[in-house]
Design a protein around this ligand. Structure first.
Ligand code: ATP
Ligand code: MG
Length: 389
């Protein structure tokens, strides 16, 4: 039996003239994700797509998992293909859906007919197929209102797709269709979730990570790569800039009051990230901040951090509780990596008593002891680009 994956586009159907480019973006991400799994074809018809394996070597189970992670897909189903011959449709449905039909007590058949030359109308085909399934599975009864199992037959030009209920897709909009923004990514729990949230709205990501060797090691950087690869599975490839941050941190440590260390460091991160963002054609910055989570995320601190940026800063987790963020991190598959215990630059130089209500005036005064522009420019110039896919 030939199995395929039928894909339902989500919100894209609403996007009028843009629909084509949305579908192209989704097909591109899909192709990139599925190509390593073997020979296959992505067949597009009207507003639907189907993944058709080229041969038996294609890793179908992994393909199903990957399809469930591509943004823009609202729902999908595994389906079997029959010829447009009624006995074949009936036999194929009974064989393909046997486990589900056996497990159900009630069912309903629904038919869709894209090929209007097919000799039976949709209700006629539903009646024929339903009758056949009843004759083969004696324990079943029909329930048109609340069936345990919905059996779907979709008549297309070349054949008939047969499938059970749909599986939920990752939703959102396809990668990159909403313009670009730069995510400040640490190896923590929050920023990968923030990245995922914005990417789900179609925002194409460029990632910026600050590393402070020798205080932070290669394993901390590897963590960031792994996190971005997970997000890229949903959104498509993500360029990653790794910015050397040691000199900035040491300079702050030498010249500024300890209680302002973190806030000044965060301002440097924003300055560097903004320069990289502008170079990369990004229209905004994204962080994983959430009000009140730590001293550098009080409203007063956020005001000081924001003051150095001219691009808009998006903080998709700003009103989320840690528990909500953790549960989303688990769902999207970043949590296990985020909790690996490698030192991040933020944990290396942590003040004992950070100021929770810094004023812009205090912070700017403390920063006057530093060569802000030179330090920023040097860090940005030393940034190294990689591509996460
Ligand atoms: P996260 O879990 O995302 O690390 P956090 O709760 O630990 O967040 P902070 O360490 O104060 O909070 O960082 C706030 C935000 O600053 C992060 O969400 C991230 O966007 C950015 N950030 C922190 N550290 C780095 C880093 N090393 N490189 C790039 N961005 C960073
Ligand atoms: Mg952190």
């Amino acid at each position: 039996m030939k199995e395929v994956i039928l894909i339902k586009n989500g919100e894209m159907a609403l996007k009028g003239l843009n629909r084509r480019s949305f579908e192209d973006a989704m097909a591109k991400t899909l192709r990139r994700r599925l190509k390593p799994l073997g020979k296959m074809e992505i067949v597009r018809a009207q507003s639907a797509m189907a993944v058709v394996p080229g041969d038996d070597a294609f890793d179908f189970e992994e393909a199903v998992r990957r399809v469930g992670r591509v943004f823009g897909i609202s729902a999908f189903s595994r389906a079997c293909v029959a010829t447009k011959d009624l006995p074949d449709i009936c036999r194929t449905a009974a064989a393909y859906l046997a486990p589900q039909l056996q497990a159900a007590a009630t069912f309903k058949v629904e038919c869709k007919r894209a090929d209007k030359t097919f000799p039976l109308t949709s209700p006629e085909l539903a009646r024929e197929l339903g009758g056949y399934l009843l004759s083969r599975f004696h324990h079943l009864t029909v329930d048109v209102h609340n069936p345990d199992l919905l059996v779907v037959a979709e008549v297309r030009d070349f054949g008939v797709y047969l499938h059970g209920p749909q599986l939920p897709g990752a939703g959102g909009l396809p990668g990159g269709t909403a313009g670009k923004a730069a995510i400040l990514i640490s190896g923590g729990i929050d920023s990968p979730v923030a990245a995922w949230r914005m990417a789900r709205r179609g925002v194409g990501l460029t990632a910026v990570h600050f590393a402070s060797p020798p205080y932070t090691g290669p394993r901390a950087e590897q963590k960031v790569r792994t996190l971005l690869q997970t997000v890229a599975g949903y959104a498509g490839p993500i360029p990653l800039w790794i910015v050397p941050f040691t000199e900035i941190q040491q300079s702050i440590g030498e010249a500024c009051p300890e209680e302002l260390f973190t806030i000044i460091m965060r301002r440097f991160m924003m300055r560097c990230a903004e320069q990289i963002a502008l170079k990369a054609g990004c229209k905004a910055l994204i962080t994983g901040e959430s009000v009140g989570q730590v001293a550098s995320q009080t409203l007063s601190a956020l005001v000081c951090t924001n003051a150095v940026c001219s691009l808009p800063v998006f903080r998709p987790l700003i009103g989320s509780d840690k528990e909500e963020i953790v549960s989303l991190a688990r769902k999207i598959g970043t949590f296990e990596t985020s909790v690996l215990p490698y030192e991040d630059c933020c944990t290396v130089f942590t003040p004992r008593h950070p100021k929770t209500r810094p004023t812009l005036e205090q912070v700017e005064k403390a920063e006057a002891a530093l060569e802000v522009e030179t330090l920023t420019a040097r860090a940005v110039a030393g940034a190294v680009l990689e591509r996460m896919d």
